[in-house]
Every structure is written in C-alpha cells, then in structure tokens.
Design a protein around this ligand. Structure first.
Ligand SMILES: NC(=O)c1ccc[n+]([C@@H]2O[C@H](COP(=O)([O-])OP(=O)(O)OC[C@H]3O[C@@H](n4cnc5c(N)ncnc54)[C@H](OP(=O)(O)O)[C@@H]3O)[C@@H](O)[C@H]2O)c1
Length: 288
C-alpha cells in the first residue's frame, strides 16, 4: 500500500473518532482500534461517510489486556508491512469509580489501559514504524495535570494496592507516566526515522451518555465545565497536525497544546532519573 497508514486507539467516539475523520480526509488509510465490535462497526460507517473515504478499517483490541494487544498486532502484521502514525488516544476516566478494579490479567485497570497498553502496543509495532519513511508516535495526556504540578508516579505502589484508591489520582498518574514515556521513547529513537510527541488535551466536551452512573451533582459539574470546553473536532486538529503536517517532520520529544503550540510539562517529568525509574517500574508489568 502506497498511501500512509495511521492507527488510532479508541477511535469509536470523542476526540479519537474526530481525528480519524480528519486524518482520513488527509488521504491516510485509517485503522480504528476499538474494543467493542458493535461500537467499532457503527463508528466505521460514520468515519467512512464523514471522510468520504473507504480506506478505513476496524481492528479490535482491548488496551487493558496485553494478550489482546498481542493478538491485534499479529493481525496487523499479517496485513501491513509498515505503519506511519500511531496515536494512543484510548483511555479511561470514570469519576464515578470509587473502588479499584483489576483486569483479568491482574493489573489495575487505569494503569493497564492508559499507560501500560500504549507502551506494549508501541513496542510491538516499532518494527512496522521503522519501515515507514517517517514514523510518528503520538501519546495523549491531559491539561488537568497543571492542577497537579508536583504529581509523581508512586514507584512503590503505582496500582494503589496499599493506599486508598482515588480515580482522579490514578488517572493523572497514568497521564504523567505517558508524558514521561514519550520523552524516554523519543530519546531512545532519536537516531531513527521515528518521532514521538505528546498532546496535552484540554477540557473537551464529554458525551455524558457514556457515564450512566453520574450523580446529579456530578452531571451538573460536567454541564458547568462544558461551558468552557472545546469540541472533540477542535481538539482533534492537534492530533491531525502532529500526525500529518510536514512542519513537524523532525520534531520529537515535545509536548503540545490544543493550539498546536509547544508547552512544558512539570519539572519532575523532564528529569531523566525520574523518567528511567518510571519506565523501569512500568516494564516490570509488561510481558513482551
Ligand atoms: N475529554 C476531555 O476533556 C479530556 C481531557 C484531558 C484528556 N483527555 C484524553 O483525551 C483522550 C480522548 O478523550 P475523549 O474525551 O475523546 O474520551 P472518550 O470519549 O471517553 O473515548 C475514549 C475512547 O477510549 C476507548 N477505550 C477505553 N478503554 C479502552 C480499552 N481498554 N481498549 C480499547 N479502547 C478503550 C473507548 O472505547 P469504548 O467506547 O469502548 O469505551 C473510547 O473509544 C483520552 O486519552 C483522554 O484521557 C480528554
């Protein structure tokens, strides 16, 4: 296949779906990597229609499960020799979650989905990305981290096994870990054709039907928040910029906001001693 291929995780809704449409309009072959066949197939039709492209495909993967990631990559490799863009968009953050949950592989589910899944998926797709003339990896973080400037990954207990579970703390820990992972990977790949950048997603309108357990107060909170939020389509423009623009052909190891501007993450996240410690701990969870 001569056209470029972009794989986006969690592309059946929200920013991921909007980015899939935009990137398909740029002429890329787009793979929607989704966990639900039903939601994925509906999105596949929507993305095809909205982008006026038939070069869209669905692949099923549950990012919280390493076995599922391995299965999807095996299928990918049978069909494709190379990958040009990999966007780690899928993530979970349900503010109604009060208790810790573990995947059937025994890992805390937010840590598994938002951080470890992207690390393993990238690792398994590196060979395919290296075969692209210019491979791009994009990780997704959150502007909400600005409210936690001193947040660190708990190296002793990243899964909240011995401390009180808090869904927001777990989510932001997974997002700072993704930013640090991006810097780590960019450095590892600096002599290759692959770039790695991260996006600081701002307050984007959330589809409340995805969270049926919200209390009235929580719903009100989201409604008030949505007054200052941007649309998934607006946010997706930064995904599309980093995925497709020639302006960033050689940019790597950077952090971007919704205006396509380079921004800084916390001081802690740039320190390579911290980064190496976080990645050493992360790798212990991953079964290559
Ligand atoms: N919205 C915001 O204000 C905001 C702010 C900061 C950062 N972000 C980040 O921006 C990204 C997109 O956010 P969004 O608001 O568009 O999210 P969203 O609407 O909740 O969509 C999340 C996507 O991830 C998928 N996903 C979740 N767990 C998965 C798993 N185990 N395997 C495969 N796919 C899985 C979901 O699939 P299902 O449909 O099957 O659940 C869905 O497609 C996320 O990384 C999020 O953390 C968003």
């Amino acid at each position: 296949m001569n056209i470029k291929t972009c794989l986006i995780t969690g592309a059946n809704t929200g920013i991921g779906k909007a980015a899939a449409i935009q990137i398909a309009k740029e002429g890329y072959h787009v793979i929607l990597a989704c966990r639900s066949k039903e939601r994925g197939e509906i999105a596949l039709e929507e993305v095809r229609k909205a982008s006026n492209s038939s070069s869209i495909e669905l692949m099923l993967v549950d990012l919280s499960l390493q076995s599922s990631i391995k299965d999807m990559v095996e299928k990918f490799r049978l069909q494709y020799d190379r990958l040009d863009v990999l966007i780690h968009n899928a993530a979970i953050f349900d503010i109604t979650q009060k208790k810790v949950k573990y995947t059937k592989e025994g890992i805390e589910s937010i840590w598994a989905t938002n951080h470890l899944g992207p690390v393993l998926l990238t690792q398994l797709l590196l060979g395919s990305l290296k075969r692209s003339p210019q491979g791009r990896i994009i990780t997704i973080s959150s502007k909400g981290l600005l409210a936690h400037p001193y947040l660190q990954v708990d190296l002793e207990d990243p899964e909240f096994r011995n401390r009180k579970f808090n869904v927001a703390k777990m989510y932001y820990q997974s997002k700072i870990a993704q930013v640090m992972y991006s810097y780590w990977l960019a450095k590892k790949l600096e002599k290759t054709n692959i770039t790695v950048n991260s996006i600081r997603v701002t307050n984007v309108k959330v589809d409340l039907s995805r969270y049926p357990n919200l209390s009235n107060i929580e719903k009100l909170g989201y409604i008030l928040k949505s007054k200052s939020s941007i649309t998934p389509e607006e946010m997706a423009k930064t995904y599309t910029y980093l995925a497709t623009s020639n302006e960033v052909n050689e940019v790597t190891g950077k952090y971007y906001d919704e205006k396509n501007k380079m921004v800084r993450s916390s001081k802690y996240s740039y320190d390579f001693d911290n980064i190496n410690r976080v990645m050493d701990v992360s790798m212990k969870f991953i079964n290559m």
